[in-house]
Ligand binder design. Structure first.
Ligand code: ADP
Ligand code: ADP
Ligand code: ZN
Length: 213
């Protein structure tokens, strides 16, 4: 099963993608996580991506497309994958379709986790991410057992630099301009699944898996 997660920053794409990855035994591929790992390891790619990410802008298509197209050719993607944070522009979606087409494959579901803008700042200012393993929490809705400490690995939980309200506003603008048109793109291909992302995590998950099987 090949899945693409759509939705505003903070809509809950990553949270659902991790749960779906476990249920269906297919890898969760988050381009944001890949970039953050590269920044942490101070790689060439990380150095190139950092400025854009800190400013709340998208990293240029040419820095992300080949990376994803290569990644989904890996052996662990034979049974499918869940893309989280990619595609984010129409050219990225076209490049993905082109690469899949060449192998007689296609995206089975594009899942739009729908959360209105007015909820987003609240979601993002409460998000805490583990600086070691990337696990995600929310100070109100999904707190860790011990404040500031990751349940999974004991690492330190931090507020992402780009989750501060000024940057979130910019990211939302970018979302509306460049990423939201993808909803229409996948709707035309008739593989769009829309869920109300303001519901509880488990309810959202059940609505998705009811359709996916
Ligand atoms: P969120 O989880 O809030 O949606 P991500 O972790 O997916 O955010 O992405 C963080 C940042 O990484 C984005 O604001 C953007 O700068 C960059 N990024 C991630 N994926 C892409 C992509 N497919 N194209 C361009 N930039 C990307
Ligand atoms: P995205 O990957 O779309 O940027 P995340 O999955 O990281 O979003 O979720 C953003 C924040 O909202 C996190 O702090 C997460 O714990 C929290 N969250 C995710 N889904 C829900 C939900 N259905 N209800 C309340 N909070 C949620
Ligand atoms: Zn951790």
């Amino acid at each position: 099963m090949k899945i693409v997660m759509l939705g505003a920053p903070g809509a809950g794409k990553g949270t659902q993608a991790k749960m779906l990855s476990e249920k269906y035994g297919i890898p969760h591929i988050s381009t944001g996580d890949i970039f953050r790992m590269n920044i942490k390891n101070n790689t060439e790619l990380g150095k190139k991506a950092k400025g854009y990410m800190d400013a709340g802008q998208l990293v240029p298509d040419e820095l992300v497309v080949d990376l994803v197209v290569d990644r989904i050719k890996a052996k662990d993607c034979m049974q499918g994958f869940i893309l989280d944070g990619f595609p984010r522009t129409i050219p990225q979606a076209e490049a993905l379709d082109y690469a899949l087409n060449n192998q007689n494959e296609k995206i089975d579901y594009a899942i739009n986790v729908d959360v209105p803008d007015e909820h987003i700042v609240e979601r993002m200012s409460g998000r805490r991410a583990c600086s070691d393993c990337g696990a995600t929490y929310h100070v109100v809705t999904i707190p860790s057992k011990k404040e500031g400490i990751c349940d999974v690995c004991g690492g330190t939980l931090v507020l992402r630099e780009d989750d501060k309200p000024e940057t979130v506003k910019k990211r939302l603008e970018v979302y509306h301009e460049q990423t939201k048109p993808l909803i229409d793109y996948y709707n035309k291909k008739e593989n769009l699944l829309k869920v109300d992302g303001t519901q509880g995590i488990q309810v959202v998950f059940e609505e998705i898996t009811k359709v996916l099987g």
